[in-house]
Ligand binder design. Sequence first.
Ligand code: PMV
Length: 343
Amino acid sequence: MDKVVTCMAPVNIATIKYWGKRDEHLILPLNDSVSLTLDCDQMHSQTSVVAGPFVKKDTVMLNGHVMPIETNERLQRCFSLIRKLIKEKKGENCPEAQWNIRVCSENNFPTAAGLASSAAGYACLVYTLANAFDLVTEDLPAIARQGSGSACRSIYGGFVHWKAGKDDLGSDSTAVQIATEAHWPEMRIIILVVNDSHKKTSSTVGMKKSVETSELLQYRVNKCVPERTKDIIEAIINKNFVKFAEITMRDSNQFHAICLDTYPPCVYLNGVSHEIITFIHDYNDAAGHVKVSYTFDAGPNAFLFILEKDLDLFMSELIQVFPSDKSKSKYIRGIKSTNPDQV
Ligand code: PMV
């Protein structure tokens, strides 16, 4: 291979959150999760790969900084799974499996700030490597998952269901598309960037602490998520916005309740996040039904869901209450063409 392959992958926003692993090494989740993948021309990772006998050693650059691969188990795992696929496809002794790989990746939005950068990053890495070696197969979500769990959902566009599975080796822990990006074109997402600095507790550390200490986590995993997952998939298929929006808010709130039930607690939301939550509920109450919903990942930044018809009125009120010095809003115009596209 003497060409550079460059791909882009978008972030995905979970409406049913993945929180807690049953296997730390294979990154197998305790519960199912559901997400919506954004448009590739909005928040995305862009990754270039070059490989060949002339590349001296494996290197990864992220946002202009060299990443220490030797101490990064997840990067190493993605590389070795791709090499395993190369051998399966091209023969045990094929030269490509011995080549070193140089990777250069950039996010066009803040990294590690609770804006799903690792989902886009690992989906993009795996997809680009697979393209570079002509290996695009249905195994890609499983490989991306072992970089960052939520990355398996960014391999697909539209609405995606990551099934937790039961198997100890993870053969049934996989992402499937519920509906394509064309399914619900009226859906809009607004991202309110409350704080774009690095989060204090990474998702990996936070969810490990929750598994070890939260008494509520098992209740969520066994009693709440299965029914919610079924209901939100139904709401997505039927384009029932009120149901979709309510489940999304309840699940975000429950996820952050688990974070607070973790000991010592993981506090991801801040005062502005709580003001946004109050504002959304007041807005919906005044409207007489749910017109807009929120969800927060492991950070203070809000992802809002709203239908196109309600957008202009809502934005005019939002901007008055949260002028740009308080929160920077990014208005995402659509969720179209969200597969990681080769560029
Ligand atoms: O994939 P990770 O390890 O970055 O974990 C993601 C966890 C949440 O963003 C909080 C929830 C989710 O399902 O994306």
